[in-house]
Design a protein around this ligand. Structure first.
Ligand SMILES: Cc1cc2nc3c(=O)[nH]c(=O)nc-3n(C[C@H](O)[C@H](O)[C@H](O)COP(=O)(O)O)c2cc1C
Length: 184
């Protein structure tokens, strides 16, 4: 991290209803002077179009492990060399499960495994999913790993209309947490 020019951050976006908040997280990080590359899962692209992120950060969004037509994108190993911090926000139960159990079947899970930088996870999901034993066990596994930080989830209004734990942490809290990690 260069104090003058900011840090290199990967913002990983997964297929949660809270994905619509990810462009604001991107903006917040850029306003702090960081360079951000966005990696989206296939499911995330059902919620927000990559064009939104591309327009905001000025870089192509990385969406595929095997891009069509030999399209040149950064691969997971190049991302791992470039990055100072990897933040998954919002992070699905599915991604938590893959990260905790060493599955790497898409560009974001490969990048997660290849990166040895600090990593942050901001979960967002239905309260019953969050409370489920597999999700809690997988979070415990990740919490025990050096350099993995959790931000939320928090209690609040969920997509179901219920007030419960599972809501994505506030955008400002996520941006502050990522900034703190890269500024030491
Ligand atoms: C409308 C809708 C909203 C969803 N919201 C969430 C969510 O907030 N959190 C979550 O863990 N999964 C959510 N899912 C399920 C994920 O999209 C699904 O598990 C998907 O496989 C996640 O893939 P990914 O982890 O590769 O992005 C939702 C699915 C739908 C159809």
């Amino acid at each position: 991290m260069n104090e003058q020019t900011g840090a290199n951050i990967i913002l990983g976006v997964t297929g949660s209803i809270a994905a619509y908040k990810a462009p604001s997280i991107l903006r917040g990080l850029m306003e702090r002077g960081h360079r951000v590359r966005v990696v989206m899962t296939v499911a995330a692209q059902q919620f927000v179009h990559p064009t939104t992120f591309r327009a905001l950060c000025g870089h192509p969004v990385i969406t595929a492990l095997f891009p069509p037509n030999s399209q040149v994108e950064l691969r997971h190993v190049e991302l791992a060399d470039w990055v100072d911090a990897l933040a998954i926000a919002p992070c699905t139960a599915n991604f938590i499960g893959k990260a905790a159990n060493g599955l790497a079947d898409d560009i974001l899970s490969c990048a997660w495994m290849a990166c040895d930088c600090p990593k942050l996870i901001a979960p967002a999901m239905n309260d019953r999913m969050w409370a489920s034993p597999p999700v809690q066990t997988n979070c415990e596994t990740l919490r025990l790993q050096t350099g993995v930080h959790f931000i939320g989830p928090v209690e609040g209004g969920l997509a179901s209309g219920k007030q419960a734990i599972g809501r994505l942490a506030p955008v400002s809290e996520i941006v502050d947490a990522i900034h703190s990690v890269v500024t030491g």
